[in-house]
Design a protein around this ligand. Structure first.
Ligand code: ADP
Length: 498
């Protein structure tokens, strides 16, 4: 797949997924807003009803009081009107009682007329009585009710009871806390949890109590719902999984795209590697071929000096070829598991010594020197000989590749036993060093520090990744320390053979 197609796919998919996510979030916000408004409406309606019920309660209180007073100080002519307060059936019965008291000779038209008039008279008297009673009650409410303590007019138990009834009627059965306050906010009373909930930042719903009271004496009912948040959230719960799924989709998509780019890079690098290797193979092959042609020449065969020269060329070029083949093998190691490993008892000192001796000439060719300090008393480790040799080889090869031009190369390889169970191999150079930010990443596959190109040094960023992989497979670890500009130390720690 072309890079541009991957990019187009990335942009289209990311836009679509982000769009979906945005729609879900906006939808959720709107739902929350709507639910909040709905909640507010229900609560406002309920507490308004509570306030009306309290007012009705108060009217009944004064009506009862007046009726009791009337019963004590007034005697109705034939009917006890005290029983009539608010009870029309009782009134009818009373009127019926009146008619029972008709005279025994009730049989003429005049008698009927008298009876009718009497009944009318009673009803009129009854009406006037009720009217005066109501007038008295209204007057009392207007003049005296606001002097009654609010805790009596709207006591906590009644308010709670009314609130519960009204909220249930409106389909909102949630726990609530409330308080009654004076104008200006002074508290008259509150329920146990009210303060802590308001202090936590919850805004109360407010309703004026007894709106007919003079403005200066007005009281307010404040109600809060501790579980309101949960109630609102319960209505949008179903969107949460949908948002979660969209996020998962987005994450999986991003991961897939990263993999696609990595694969793309890998295939490009593999192609580069193959092209490079073909080129690298061609040079020694053509040199060996020329040497072979020279050997077929009689004059060359007769001169021992020329023969020695041709032999050296063939030897050097085959070494070069072997080195290239080794690199191809290392590259292929990344795609395979560790089935090709053959772990054996190996003497690390001897192994280091043999790799160093093959490097000595190369280092001296660049005017440098290589020294060893093989101090490990117990050098036996459990490794694959071929791969362990490659590990040391790669480190020494890098030290030569990343040497300084202005300074002769000094390389030191040492072995020690830092503990009874481990062995350490340290490869130290005085090369160009590695920047701190690169140091963390040099063991990553394909990672090359920018200085890697400074000397026009060819590489694929695979050498140290291979070293890291091998050392880990041997059960050990590797770390690097470096002073940028003055040198690098690679420290390999391996478990001893047991
Ligand atoms: P390559 O050499 O092919 O680039 P490596 O994996 O061997 O890949 O090394 C990764 C990077 O680490 C190199 O690009 C180089 O910048 C840095 N590096 C490795 N060894 C040394 C060293 N001895 N001195 C300085 N830099 C080094």
């Amino acid at each position: 797949m072309k890079r541009s197609i991957i990019w187009i796919l990335t942009i289209v998919m990311t836009t679509a997924l982000l769009g979906l996510l945005a729609i879900e979030v906006v939808y959720m916000e709107n739902m929350v807003k709507m639910r909040n408004e709905q909640f507010g409406e229900i609560v406002t309606r309920s507490i308004h009803e509570v306030s009306t019920m309290l007012e009705q309660n108060e009217t009944k209180y004064y009506l009862d009081q007046d009726l009791q007073e009337a019963a004590a100080y007034r005697t109705a002519p034939q009917v006890d009107f005290g029983d009539l307060a608010g009870d029309s059936i009782a009134a009818d019965e009373a009127i019926k009682g009146m008619t029972i008291k008709r005279p025994a000779n009730f049989n003429t038209l005049k008698d009927l007329n008298d009876s009718y008039l009497l009944k009318q008279e009673i009803l009129k008297e009854q009406y006037l009585y009720q009217q005066s009673l109501l007038n008295e009650v209204i007057l009392t409410i207007l003049t005296q009710s606001s002097d009654r303590p609010i805790s009596e007019r709207a006591d906590s138990t009644t308010v709670r009871e009314y609130m519960e009834i009204e909220l249930e009627n409106n389909g909102l059965e949630l726990p609530f806390e409330f308080a009654v306050t004076r104008r200006g906010g002074t508290l008259v009373y509150s329920t146990a949890q009210y303060d802590s909930i308001v202090n936590a930042g919850v805004q109360p719903y407010v309703q004026v109590l007894f709106p007919g009271d003079p403005a200066g004496k007005q009281h307010y009912l404040n109600v809060v719902f501790p579980t309101k948040g949960g109630y609102i959230f319960s209505s949008i719960k179903f969107i949460v999984p949908s948002i979660a799924f969209t996020l998962i989709l987005l994450a999986v998509f991003i991961y897939t795209i990263i993999i696609a780019f990595k694969q793309k890079r890998l295939s490009e690098i593999k192609n580069d590697f193959i092209n490079n290797m073909t080129h690298e193979f061609k040079t020694p092959i053509s040199s060996i071929s020329i040497a072979a042609q020279m050997l077929s020449d009689d004059s060359v065969r007769k001169s021992p000096e020329m023969l020695r020269h041709v032999a050296t060329v063939i030897n050097d070029e085959t070494k070069r070829l072997r080195f290239q083949v080794e690199k191809v093998l290392q590259m292929s190691m990344f795609d395979r598991d560790n089935a090709t490993m053959r772990l054996e008892e190996e003497d690390a000192n001897a192994l280091v010594e043999s790799v160093v001796s093959t490097f000595k000439l190369k280092v001296e060719k660049y005017g440098g020197s290589i020294t060893t300090e093989l101090d490990a008393e117990d050098p036996i480790v459990n490794v694959d000989r071929m791969h362990m040799t490659n590990v040391v080889f790669n480190l020494l090869d890098n030290a030569i590749k990343y040497r300084r031009e202005d300074e002769p190369l000094h390389l030191k390889v040492s072995t020690t036993n830092p503990s009874e169970t481990t062995l350490q191999i340290v490869v130290e150079d005085n090369g160009i060093g590695i920047r701190k930010e690169d140091l963390k990443r040099i063991f990553e596959k394909f990672y090359r520090a920018s200085t890697g190109n400074r000397h026009d040094v060819k590489g694929f960023g695979l050498g140290l990744a291979y070293v890291h992989k091998m050392v880990t497979l041997f059960g050990g670890s590797i770390r690097a320390e470096s002073n940028y500009g003055s040198g690098t130390r690679f420290i390999i720690t391996l478990p001893l053979y047991s």
